[in-house]
Design a protein around this ligand. Structure first.
Ligand code: SF4
Length: 63
């Protein structure tokens, strides 16, 4: 799975709350960034939930 966060991110922090192993907030860039790709089914589900919940649809997933 490839994860891309676009500049549409509004820095709400939701993705980092849902999947803290995968996303973190970069305070300098003022955007969410990807720490690493998901490695387990649970992490993949958390990433999918983050993308579905993102208020600005800034998380884009590809296989
Ligand atoms: S959930 Fe979306 S808008 Fe919120 S921090 Fe993550 S990428 Fe940005």
């Amino acid at each position: 799975m490839k994860i891309v966060i676009t500049s549409d991110c509004v820095t709400c922090g939701l993705c980092a709350d849902i999947a803290p192993e995968i996303f973190r907030m970069d305070e300098e860039l003022d955007i969410a960034v990807v720490i690493r790709e998901p490695e387990t089914d649970q992490e993949t589900m958390q990433v999918q939930e983050s993308a579905d919940s993102c208020p600005s649809e800034a998380i884009h997933l590809t296989e």
